[in-house]
Write a protein that binds this ligand. Structure first.
Ligand code: 3PG
Length: 395
């Protein structure tokens, strides 16, 4: 696909799909990472003489105006990140949008109101897409994290204007290709999180592509149950035991080695400072629950990391929100960070919880790449083609 370097942008209004769907509390952006990551794209378009007009969604207003979901909320953080004022259009299409765009001069940047205020956005409606397209002469998609949605601003527009990938989109795709597309082997995947049922496609795809699969979190309990182990009061999907056994059998055929916890940290209550103990994975007391992987398991994970060249990580190994049940996640993350710093490992991570856990472990800066994507990262790990990326390839 094209990048910004391939398009003639001089004097053109460039519609740039970005993802500024950031966490907000009491009207304040609490994590501006996604906003900061789009700065290179905006600056490079300006350097080529283009005038960026940013298109984005915020939250899920379901096709109508919801004042609390106005993109105005991100303006201060966006202006701070770009170091310049941003003109705001109260509508994404029509007169108000046209007037704001018509007043723009080289060097300016504008943001249009939430595209999801219009039903045509999620319906990928051709008329709505044409109304957006009428505002500019080129389209750049920098929203990898929204590329799993086939919406007018993520997919339809790429068919109506000369289109290219923005810098963040390029970086995401390159990192993901290095992790699963054409990786240096051996590849280890760490998959954690609460439920097997939400990650079936992901596990199915990974066992065909990676050499080692480390399973952690609540999911690991379901696999233990599948092996006939009693897990007491642990979170586990007992009705998924057959499916878990199928995954184990298939992994054996594909030559993917699955690593489950051999020791676990258990407690009677899930709260900060709860009394906990480490027991063998098959010795969880009937009135206790598994909340983390134990030190022997962590030592084993370290060895797997050391013997690997590429790591792809989605999901924490334990109930990382509450210490001490973040210990396994932190220790494994620190080992991955060390190996990456020493040039021995390519490490890529993504997904909301995962990024939060790595931030908490203080290792995000050491990873080769941390994706800004949640749902899109998962769909990509499932081996699915993302409509926003596919549209760029075709255009
Ligand atoms: C995200 O936050 O993962 C993206 O912005 C997509 O949001 P959505 O799940 O509401 O489509």
């Amino acid at each position: 696909f094209n990048t910004i370097d391939d398009l003639d942008l001089d004097g053109k209004v460039v519609l740039v799909r970005v993802d500024v769907n950031v966490p907000v509390e009491n009207g304040q952006v609490t994590d501006a990472t996604r906003i900061e990551k789009i700065v290179p794209t905006v600056k490079d378009i300006q350097a080529k003489g283009g005038i960026p007009v940013l298109l984005a969604h915020f939250d899920r207003p379901k096709g109508k105006r919801v004042d609390s979901m106005s993109l105005k909320i991100v303006l201060p953080a966006l202006e701070a990140a770009l170091g310049q004022p941003v003109k705001f259009a109260e509508e994404a299409i029509g007169g108000p949008a046209k007037r704001v765009v018509a007043d723009l001069k080289p060097g300016d940047v504008a943001l249009l109101e939430n595209t999801r205020f219009y039903p045509g956005e999620e319906e990928n409606d051709a008329t709505f897409a044409a109304s957006l397209a009428a505002l500019g002469q080129a389209y750049v998609n920098d929203a990898f994290s929204a590329a799993h949605r086939a919406h007018a601003s993520t997919e339809g527009l790429a068919r109506l204007l000369p289109a290219a990938a923005g810098r963040l989109m390029e970086a995401e795709l390159k990192a993901l290709d290095a992790a699963l597309g054409n990786p240096q082997r051996p590849v280890v995947a760490v998959v954690g999180g609460a439920k097997v049922s939400t990650k079936l496609d992901l596990l199915g795809n990974l066992i065909e592509k990676v050499d080692h699969l480390v399973i952690g979190g609540g999911m690991a309990n379901t696999f233990l149950v599948a092996q006939g182990v009693e897990v007491g009061k642990s979170l586990a999907e007992r009705d998924m035991a057959d499916t878990a056994r199928e995954i184990l059998a298939k992994a054996e055929k594909t030559g993917c080695k699955i690593h489950l916890p051999t020791d676990v940290v258990v407690a009677r209550e899930f709260k900060a400072g709860a009394a906990s103990e480490t027991v063998a994975a098959d010795a969880c007391p009937p009135d206790a629950m598994i909340l983390d992987a134990g030190p022997t398991t962590v030592a084993h994970i370290r060895e797997v990391f050391e013997s690997s060249r590429t790591l792809i990580w989605n999901g924490p190994l334990g109930a990382f929100e509450i210490p001490p049940f973040d210990a396994a996640t932190n220790a494994a993350a620190q080992e991955a960070a060390r190996l990456t710093r020493e040039g021995k490992l390519i490490s890529v991570a993504g997904g909301g919880d995962t990024v939060a856990a790595l931030n908490k472990a203080g290792v995000s800066a050491d990873f080769t790449f941390i994706s800004t994507a949640g749902g899109a990262f998962l769909e990509w790990m499932e081996g699915k083609e993302l409509p926003g990326v596919a549209a760029l390839r075709k255009s």
